[in-house]
Design a protein. Structure first.
Length: 278
């Protein structure tokens, strides 16, 4: 006698339950998306361009997340779930690279000479940082896209390697922030900041907070890398991953924080070519 089996709802099995939270975050990212589009024209810089991409990805990802939870047809489609996971992984690339780029851009604006330490100079190589980030994203996509139940040993290894790379680069971004902060402290009293906008006056405090939020996000992901059920638990996922990300995106919108590309070129046009800004 044949038995009727209900289709698997992959979204619920994965731990997605709160439709309201997903909708709220999609709504919150909508004005941020519009704001960074505006800033990309008002203050053209690579940081604003890539933040437009980040907000677009997060807006799409949370809209898909809401659909996965609310619509059985979507929740039962494994490909949609995989696409949503991929978007969340790719989106963090944009956010972390924006933070890294902004720190280096602000160092250029400080007009201070570059370090002669070869290791320090290597950590400021934007191409190398971007290449390593791309490798981490690619490994993560491969691990997610070839997902089996349970995950294969290869998928688990790729996922762990991707997570470790992201954590290392997040720590590197925090290290660059500390270096810049130390430079600012040493130069304190030599420069006047009264006429600078709020973001420029408090750039170090903002970047320090950004680094902490990014570290919280990655510490959570790394700590739960072997426990997907806990990592996907929305009681942890939203406060330790989703909220830090949107707070970082909001902090980047502080008026005067992000310098324009033409300002960067005027500061050190000979030492820093246009390719170094991207």
């Amino acid at each position: 006698m044949a038995t009727n089996t209900s289709p698997i709802n992959y979204a619920k099995a994965f731990g997605l339950h709160s439709e309201t939270a997903a909708i709220v975050f999609a709504i919150l990212y909508t004005p941020l998306f519009g704001w960074y589009i505006r800033q990309s024209f008002a203050r053209p810089t690579f940081v604003h361009f890539i933040l437009v991409l980040f907000c677009a990805i997060r807006l799409t990802a949370f809209a898909m997340r809401a659909a996965l939870i609310s619509l059985d047809s979507a929740g039962q489609n494994l490909n949609i779930l995989i696409a949503d996971e991929v978007l969340f992984g790719v989106g963090f690339f944009s956010l972390l690279y924006s933070a890294y780029t902004l720190v280096l851009d602000l160092e250029i604006m400080s007009d201070r000479p570059e370090s002669n330490n070869p290791i320090i100079r290597l950590t400021k190589n934007r191409f190398l940082f971007r290449l390593t980030l791309t490798a981490a994203v690619a490994l993560g996509i491969v691990a997610i896209s070839s997902k089996t139940n349970p995950p294969s040993k290869t998928d688990q290894i790729l996922h762990k390697v991707s997570t470790i790379i992201f954590l290392a680069l997040t720590i590197l971004q925090a290290f660059q922030t500390l270096l810049l902060t130390r430079m600012e402290i040493e130069a304190r009293g030599q420069e006047k900041h009264y006429n600078k906008p709020f973001g420029a006056r408090h750039a170090m405090a903002i970047l320090f907070l950004v680094s902490i939020l990014l570290l919280v996000r990655e510490a959570f992901v790394t700590a739960t890398v072997n426990n997907s059920a806990k990592q996907n638990n929305e009681h942890f996922w939203y406060p330790l991953l989703a909220i830090p990300e949107i707070l970082v995106a909001l902090l980047f919108g502080t008026p005067g924080l992000v310098p324009r590309r033409d300002e960067l070129q005027q500061r050190q046009p000979q030492q820093h070519g246009i390719l170094n800004y991207v």
